[in-house]
Write a protein that binds this ligand. Sequence first.
Ligand code: GRF
Length: 214
Amino acid sequence: MQTPSGHLVEPALGARLVVLASGGGSNLAALLAAHEDPAYGARVVGVVSDKPGAGALDLARQAGIPSVVVAPSDFADRDAWNDGVREAVEVFRPDWVVLAGFMRILAPSFLDRFRGRVVNTHPALLPSFPGAHGVRDALAYGVRVTGCTVHVVDDGVDTGPIIAQTAVPVLDDDDEGTLHERIKVAERALLVETVGRAAREGLRVEGRQAVVGA
Ligand code: GRF
């Protein structure tokens, strides 16, 4: 349902989640663990990756979840690849599309297709440190607190309305690896909780405000 300044995603019983991942897939693993409980209210029904060797694909196979690789090198150009991702996701008829460590930008045509129902997890407290190196950039800046953000995806890079955030301290002896691992512990919990609540209770976006259960 569209409203003049935003949109409402209604609660969905047994919401269908499609997870897009480029990496090892620890966020996917957390969602797969959560969906074992019927009370979670959402199930991962498909996994899509741009990387044929992504660990996330192994996790999907082990869990018996269908997975698809949509590698940019198999497409003539970016638009064709974007259409390929859209078609791969559409097949699973998702209620929500979860970008969990998906390291590519999706074109507006993808977002239009799943408007308001695409969420991303980012390893920094947005709007600080957007982009592919959020952990490295926060460390280089010298912040003492960083964290993770789950947000609705819009046409910008990590600019969409923020649904939930968790703060994580930066320790004196942190390097990018140790800090990222600490953030990822918080990130997995936040992603599981936020996606589950959005699925069970719905999500209203009005301008920059994204409110679960409104
Ligand atoms: C997460 O920190 C995500 O926010 C970032 O890459 C990491 C992916 O981790 N973009 P994983 O593949 O889910 O383990």
